[in-house]
Design a protein around this ligand. Structure first.
Ligand code: NAD
Length: 334
C-alpha cells in the first residue's frame, strides 16, 4: 500500500479529486490518502491558507494529489500555491499537452510537454510601491534554477525518447535576466548531443504554437512565460478540463490539474473530471504503477472518443459522477 497526501481544494476541487481517487481505487492501486487542506478550506479551519500540518504531510508522504485552490486577488496572504511550491522546492511544473481523440479541438496530433521553472522570475512576489503612483516588481533569474529545470527537461527527453527541446525567452529585451536563462539552458543542452535543441523568442513561439503546435516536442521556459504557455496550450487539446500537471522537486511531487476552482460551475456536479483523473495517471506512473496508469489513460480516451458519457465542456450532457462511472466501467476493456 502507498501513502499520499490528498488536498481536495476549493470550488470544483473536491468533485474532481474524488473522481480521481475512485478511478485509482477501481484500477486496483491501494493508496492510503492523508486528507489535508490548502486555500479557502484551510482558511476556514486554521485561518491560514497553507497550514504547517499540510506541508508536514507532503514532506512525509513525498506525493500529493491536489485540487485547485482559491487565490484572493490583490489582498491578504500570498498565493498558497506559490508558497507551497517555494516551501517544498517544487522547482518544476510539468504539463503534458496531448490530443485526446474526440475532445473538441481545432488541432490534431499535438503531443508536447512543457517544463516551466517554478520558483523564481516575477513570481517571487518581490514588489513594492514607489510613492503612490508607481509599482515595481523584481524579476529574479539564477543560473542554478535555470540549469536544474533545463536538466530535468533534457533528462525527460532522453528517458521518454523525445527528439527536441525548445527553449523560449525574451533575451532580446531582458538581456541580463532572460539572457542568463538562455545561456544556462544552452550550457545544459551541450551535454545532450543526441537531443535536437532550438531557441525561440517567446512571442514568436506563441504565434507558431497556435499555427503549428505539432512542431513542438519538449519545451523549457522561465516561470511567467511557462505559466502563460501552459494555459494557452490547454486550449489546443480541448481546454482546461483535460490537462493534468505536476509540481515536482527532489523531495516531493504534487499532482494537480491545470484548471482553477471554476466557481461558476462549482457544486453543480458538472465539472469535467478528466484533468484530475489524468493527474492520477501521472501519479501512478511516478509510483511505477505503469499498467494501472495505462488502463486508466486508455479508458479516459475511449470514453472521450465515444462521446456519450462526457461533460458539457466536451459537448456532452452527463454529470461528473456519470463520466467517472463510465471511465471506471471501461477500465477492463483492452
Ligand atoms: P478556472 O480554471 O477556474 O475557470 C476558467 C473557465 O474554465 C470557467 O468557465 C470554468 O467553468 C471552466 N473550467 C475550468 N475547469 C473546468 C472543468 N474541470 N470542467 C469544466 N469546466 C471547467 O480559472 P479562473 O476562473 O481564472 O480561476 C478561478 C480561481 O481558481 C481563482 O481563484 C484562481 O486563483 C484559482 N486557480 C487555482 C489554481 C490552482 O490551485 N492550481 C490554478 C488556476 C486558478
Amino acid at each position: 500500500m502507498y501513502k499520499a497526501t490528498l488536498i481536495p481544494g476549493d470550488g470544483i476541487g473536491p468533485e474532481v479529486i474524488s473522481a480521481a481517487t475512485s478511478v485509482i481505487e477501481a484500477a486496483g492501486v491501494d493508496i492510503k490518502w492523508d486528507e489535508k487542506q490548502v486555500g479557502q478550506a484551510a482558511m476556514a479551519k486554521y485561518n491560514n491558507p497553507l497550514p504547517e500540518d499540510t506541508i508536514n504531510s507532503i514532506e512525509i508522504n513525498r506525493i500529493a494529489l491536489k485540487g485547485p485552490t482559491t487565490t484572493e486577488i490583490g489582498k491578504g496572504f500570498r498565493s498558497a500555491n506559490i508558497s507551497l511550491r517555494q516551501r517544498l522546492n517544487l522547482y518544476a511544473n510539468i504539463r503534458p499537452i496531448k490530443t485526446i481523440e474526440g475532445a473538441k479541438t481545432k488541432y490534431k496530433g499535438v503531443d508536447l510537454v512543457i517544463f516551466r521553472e517554478n520558483t523564481e522570475d516575477l513570481y517571487m512576489g518581490i514588489e513594492h510601491m514607489i510613492g503612490k503612483d508607481a509599482a515595481e516588481s523584481i524579476k529574479i533569474i539564477t543560473r542554478e534554477a535555470s540549469e536544474r529545470i533545463a536538466s530535468m527537461a533534457f533528462s525527460y527527453a532522453v528517458k521518454e525518447k523525445r527528439k527536441k527541446v525548445t527553449c523560449a525567452h525574451k533575451a532580446n529585451i531582458m538581456k541580463l535576466s532572460d539572457g542568463l536563462f538562455l545561456s544556462s539552458v544552452r550550457s545544459v543542452a551541450g551535454k545532450f548531443p543526441d537531443i535536437q535543441y532550438e531557441e525561440v523568442i517567446a512571442d514568436g513561439l506563441f504565434m507558431n504554437m497556435v499555427m503549428n503546435p505539432q512542431d513542438y516536442d519538449v519545451l523549457v521556459l522561465p516561470n511567467l512565460y511557462g505559466d502563460l504557455l501552459s494555459e494557452m496550450s490547454a486550449g489546443l487539446v480541448g481546454g482546461l478540463g483535460v490537462v493534468p500537471g505536476v509540481n515536482i522537486g527532489v523531495e516531493a511531487a504534487v499532482f494537480e490539474p491545470t484548471h482553477g476552482t471554476a466557481l461558476d460551475i462549482a457544486g453543480q456536479g458538472i465539472a469535467n473530471p478528466t484533468a484530475a483523473i489524468l493527474c492520477g495517471v501521472m501519479l501512478l506512473r511516478h509510483l511505477g504503477e505503469k499498467a494501472a496508469a495505462e488502463r486508466i489513460y486508455n479508458s479516459v480516451s475511449r470514453v472521450i472518443k465515444d462521446g456519450k458519457h462526457v461533460t458539457r465542456d466536451l459537448g456532452g450532457t452527463v454529470s461528473t459522477l456519470d463520466m467517472t462511472k463510465a471511465i471506471i466501467d471501461n477500465l477492463s476493456d483492452r
